[in-house]
Design a binder for this molecule. Structure first.
Ligand code: URA
Length: 243
């Protein structure tokens, strides 16, 4: 992107934000004039309207992708074919966070497109969403050789970018898939997924529901109902916040 174009798009994002703030200000004055001393609807809905627009979030994610560039920040860059940044709706209500790209994801540059990805897509659809309406990312963005566990330095190199993705998307809920995502977001290497799953915790002010990784569920289909129970808790909270 040329410098002039970048300046223009920054200027248009600034104008867009200013106009949203103006609209919200007018709306607050309107309800005040009607005699309300608090908003007669969920402030979450208001925040949704007042927060960055979907277009602004898309632009922010594009800038973040540019910032990552042809990343050489860790040794995983040596063997990867593609950086797997993340996919989905920049304005998603739910963000799923897995571990790391596998072979299929490395080839296609998109998270969760292999067998485990099909199971995740089924789960998302069973929850009542289309895959493209949620956001899907991983703790690390490059495939570890032979799909080994990501190492601490690799997680650290990628973490800033995942954190920025969370900040931009500002999802209402995060669902972590598997042990590595749980350990990373809790900053606890000893935490057990079997004990933690199904219990909300918070990361950057966002409620997080940890559940099993779809690859684990492919190996242990008898545990699928547990993941189903975990995501039900998210749907319940989501419905409560809508009402
Ligand atoms: N497993 C993950 O954790 N992430 C992917 O993108 C694919 C498989």
């Amino acid at each position: 992107m040329g410098r002039t174009l970048r300046l223009r798009s920054a200027e248009s994002m600034h104008n867009q934000r200013a106009s949203v703030i103006q609209d919200v200000k007018r709306m607050l004055e309107y309800y005040q004039a009607l005699g309300f001393d608090s908003m007669p609807f969920s402030t979450k809905a208001l925040l949704g309207a007042a927060g960055r627009s979907a277009d602004g979030k898309i632009a922010d994610l594009m800038h973040l992708r540019e910032e990552i560039g042809i990343c050489r920040r860790c040794k995983l860059s040596q063997g990867r074919k593609n950086i797997v940044f993340g996919t989905g709706n920049a304005d998603a209500r739910i963000m799923f966070i897995g571990e790391a790209p596998g072979k299929d994801e490395d080839l296609q540059g998109e998270p969760f497109v292999g067998e485990a990805g099909m199971l995740l897509t089924n789960l998302i659809e069973k929850m009542g969403f289309k895959r493209e309406t949620v956001y899907i990312a991983n703790i690390i963005k490059c495939r570890p050789p032979m799909n080994r566990d990501p190492e601490e330095d690799e997680i650290l190199s990628c973490r800033t970018f995942l954190d920025k993705q969370i900040d931009v998307i500002a999802p209402e809920f995060i669902i972590t898939l598997g042990r590595i995502a749980l350990m990373t977001l809790t900053n606890n290497n000893k935490i057990k997924i079997t004990a933690a799953r199904g219990n909300f915790f918070e990361y950057k002010g966002v409620p997080v529901m940890p559940t099993f990784h779809p690859a684990y569920l492919l190996r242990n289909p008898k545990d699928k109902w547990l993941t189903w129970a975990d995501v039900q808790k998210v749907l319940e909270r989501m419905n409560n916040s809508n009402s």
